[in-house]
Every structure is written in C-alpha cells, then in structure tokens.
Design a protein around this ligand. Structure first.
Ligand code: PMV
Length: 363
C-alpha cells in the first residue's frame, strides 16, 4: 500500500454545516520512535501503550463556503479562548494533508480543544491533539463517502501521523505498533495498527503513573530531536536495535514475561536519552530528580521483587509502568517515596485505555 491509497474517490455529496467531536488519548512508547526517513516516515518501528486519562477533546465546527478559498480558513481555541499561537502548526498540518482531505478549502473551520492534563505539565499534547483533529476530519469525510471501520481507522491514523508521528498510535486502544517490521504482521510505516497477537493478562490493565519532574517547555522539540539522528554516529545500530526489540517485546507480551519487558522498556528509554547525549548538538534532558527516581525504582524492585519500571520521553518526566495486580503496593511506594521528586508534588495516575472515542456529530 502506498500513500496514494489515501486519496479519496470523489465525494458523493458535501456537508453544509455542523460540528463533530472526538476524544483521543495520549500514548507512551515502549520501543521509541526517534528519527525519520523522509516525510513523517519513521526510521525505526515503535510500539506504545494507549493511555486513558491523558486525552484531548476536540470539537471541529464547519461551515461550507459558497466559493472555495485560496487560504485555509480556521480559528483555533483552547478551553474556549482564541489561541493564535496554535494556528501555524494547524495551517502546516492542513497543507500536509490537503491532497488526502481535499475538502479543506471548501469550509470555514473552528477547532475547539481541551486537554484533560494541564497545558504546562510538560506532557506533550501533540499525540492526543493531532489524533483528535484527524479523527474529526475523517469523521466529516466518512459522512461524504462510504468507508468501512477499518478504512476509517487506518486513514485517521495516516492523517494523524502527518501532524505528529506518534499521534498515529493514539487511535486504537491497548498496544499499538507503527513502522514496518518483520516481527509484527500488518505493520506499516504509514499508520499505526493494533498489536495483532495475544496479550498476556499481566499486561492487560497496566498502569502508568506520570511523575511531573519538570513542567516547563520542552528543551528540544521533537522535530529538532528527530533531525539529530541524521548523520548520528550510532543511528544505524540504534535503528537495528529497535527492530530486534520489537521481536523481543512481542514475545514478552505474549508470554507474560515481565522481567524481559522491564529490560527492554528501560533500555529503550535510556537509549533514547543516550542518542540525545551523543548527537551534535548534544542535550541532557534528564534532571537530577529524574535520576533519583530511577535509582529509587531500581532499589524498590530489588527489595520487593515487584515489577515496577520506568520509561521516559524526550524530557525529564518519568512514566512509571506496573501491572494491575501489584498496583496497591507500588502506588503506596510512589506516594511515600517518589512524589517528593515531582515539581509541586504533581503527578498523574493513568493506565492503558481503549482508544479514541467519538462524542458527537451534528449535521
Ligand atoms: O511524535 P513526535 O514527533 O512528537 O515524536 C515522539 C517521540 C517520542 O515521544 C520521544 C518517542 C515516541 O515513540 O513516542
């Protein structure tokens, strides 16, 4: 399948006006996407848990114009307030997707968004935000041309990817794979697919407690970060390692092998940061409190034998992952010993969720 597959057939009719609303969650990568080849195509495969509590709700209002415009007509609101600073990103997104969503210049749009997590929490809203907007647009399209549920999800993921790579993993629930690799049948560089194998009960209701170590703006944007992998001395080995880790993680998830899962997930997080420390320019994105958390997690694991591990995105916050049947003890430990390392004591309790949901469609 190539990109052309996503150019739609001529629409049967067009919607005059209305609004559509979707809620789409964030996700946390276990094998990390870091590096692109070409246009939003990942240099290596990745797999993530879809989250539940951390989500964006987007309402897309649309009104058909008598004459199509030359420029996109769009207003963006965050929590009901005009947000001019979001507009350039949305306009760039519309430009990227125009050939796949050809009705964009026939409408005037109002995009209203709300994040369940605070804007300044250091949690990236691009995965949930871009996937929610992509879902609203593809929902509109699905009213104009007939599509199956599978086609709908694939196209929403394809469009979300063009906004922010990791957003393509936020459509489906559970575990989602993005990036063609031999271990996962049906995997694609163009869109995310749900992990197509048995998931052992140990991984079914996994928890993710996000410790907000640094709530400031990202030090390195992910666009810059991905770019740092071009000409990186360890890039090729890293991309190969991600392919191997996909195979190893697939086996661990099917067998319920928590020890193997922990080894892969923590190594992936540290490798992501090692890539940033060894690029030019180089960055250290962990903070002293991130390291304190990591050391405490290791000590706790050694002392209790419980299966708590950490992962990191391209920042200082720590995601703590643990199985449902160990949640009581682990949560006590987090509250007693780790919250002290969070900025203003802030953390978010999340867990694996079931994917994006449509809330309303008015036409
Ligand atoms: O989707 P982007 O371009 O913001 O990149 C996300 C990169 C990481 O969060 C660091 C890893 C991942 O796979 O989500």
């Amino acid at each position: 399948m190539d990109q052309k597959h996503f150019i739609p057939d001529p629409y049967e009719f067009s919607l005059p006006e209305g609004s559509v609303q979707w809620r789409s969650p964030s996700n946390i990568a276990l094998v990390k996407y870091w590096g692109k080849k070409g246009h939003q195509i990942p240099a290596n495969p990745s797999i993530s848990f879809t989250l539940d509590a951390c989500a964006t709700t987007t309402t897309l209002g649309f009104e058909r114009l008598d004459v199509p415009t030359k420029d996109f007509l769009v207003e963006v609101l965050l929590d009901g307030k005009l947000k001019e600073s979001f507009k350039p990103k949305i306009l760039q997104f519309f430009q990227r997707i125009e050939s796949y969503v050809p009705f964009l210049k026939q409408y005037q749009f109002t995009i209203g968004t709300h994040n369940s997590f605070p804007h300044s929490s250091g949690i990236a809203s691009s995965a949930s935000g871009m996937s929610a907007l992509a879902l609203c647009l593809i929902e509109m399209e699905s009213q104009m041309v007939e599509v199956s549920e599978e086609q709908f999800k694939q196209k929403a993921s394809f469009i979300a990817r063009l906004g922010s790579g990791s957003a393509c993993r936020s459509i489906e629930g559970g575990l989602v794979v993005w990036g063609a690799n031999d271990a996962i049948e049906g995997s694609s560089d163009l869109f995310g697919v749900q992990f197509p194998y048995e998931v052992h009960p140990a991984f079914q209701r996994f928890h993710d407690t996000i410790l907000l170590v640094d709530k400031g703006e990202k030090q390195v944007s992910s666009t810059v970060g991905h770019g740092l992998m071009h000409g990186h001395p360890f890039a090729e080995q890293r991309f190969q390692q991600a392919h191997q880790n996909m195979g190893r993680l697939k086996a661990a998830i099917s067998e319920g092998n928590l020890d193997e899962f922990i080894k892969i997930v923590e190594s992936e997080a540290l490798t992501l940061h090692a890539m940033m420390m060894s690029s030019h320019p180089y960055f250290i994105l962990m903070k002293p409190n991130t390291l304190s958390i990591i050391n405490k997690v290791w000590k706790f694991r050694e002392e209790t034998g419980l299966h708590l591990c950490f992962t990191l995105d391209a920042g200082a916050n720590a995601h703590l992952l643990y199985p449902e049947n160990e949640a009581t003890e682990v949560y006590e430990f987090i509250k007693d010993e780790l919250v002290a390392f969070c900025q203003n004591g802030h953390y978010i309790c999340d867990r694996v969720g079931t994917g994006a949901k449509q809330l309303t469609m008015n036409r």
